[in-house]
Ligand binder design. Structure first.
Ligand code: ZN
Length: 194
């Protein structure tokens, strides 16, 4: 068996993806955000860093990106995409794509590492005139787009969330399985509060 396998993947420098990295200044996240930035830098990816202040600023950012209309990829402040993952999203022909990542012991895809192509998906999937707090945005966006899939019988596939694997890493202690079950992992707890 050949243990030294050379694989080729599309390099981000060749596809120039539009990466948006929203982050908030809250205690305990500096090391995580640094890790995310280093990971992207090592892949020659320069994201647009957007500082979020307040519970509605993610909503405002999302609407702004949708209004611009160009395809974009959200990489949240605690997501570590593996080399080639973002290029794979960017070059995928689907309009709404996301990598899965671990949340409470399951692999799911929310907004953490997700591509949207607004021009192909219609109006912004957030409700007009009502700002949504960051923790509720993913469910509303998903619900709205899936509803469009049911209503658009000609091309329902474009409104479906295209899942990409293998999962990307998620450095979020609050979404770890041990935290979920109330059993704090001492190592992570120490790292978080250092
Ligand atoms: Zn895709």
């Amino acid at each position: 068996m050949n243990l030294c396998t050379i694989t080729n993947h599309i390099h981000p420098e060749d596809v120039n993806p539009n990466i948006i990295l929203p982050y908030a200044e809250s205690s305990g996240t500096t090391a995580v955000l640094d890790a995310v930035k280093v990971n992207l830098a090592m892949q020659a990816i320069i994201p647009r860093m957007v500082k979020l202040e307040g519970i509605y600023s993610y909503d405002i950012l999302f609407r702004e990106l949708w209004t611009i209309g160009a395809p974009f990829i959200l990489v949240e402040h605690d997501i570590i995409p593996w080399p080639g993952a973002l290029a794979q999203l960017w070059t995928c022909p689907e309009a709404w794509c996301g990598f899965t990542y671990s949340i409470y012991g399951e692999f799911r895809s929310y907004l953490g590492c997700t591509k949207f192509e607004p021009a192909r998906l219609g109006d912004c999937p957030l409700p007009e005139g009502t700002l949504i707090a960051f923790e509720g945005m993913d469910r509303i966006i998903e619900k709205t787009l899936l509803l469009r899939a049911r209503e658009d019988w000609k091309s329902p596939a474009k409104y479906k969330h295209h899942l990409h694997t293998p999962p990307v890493a998620h450095l979020n202690i609050h979404h770890s399985r041990m935290r979920h079950f109330g059993e704090l992992n001492p190592y992570f707890w120490e790292a978080e509060t250092r």
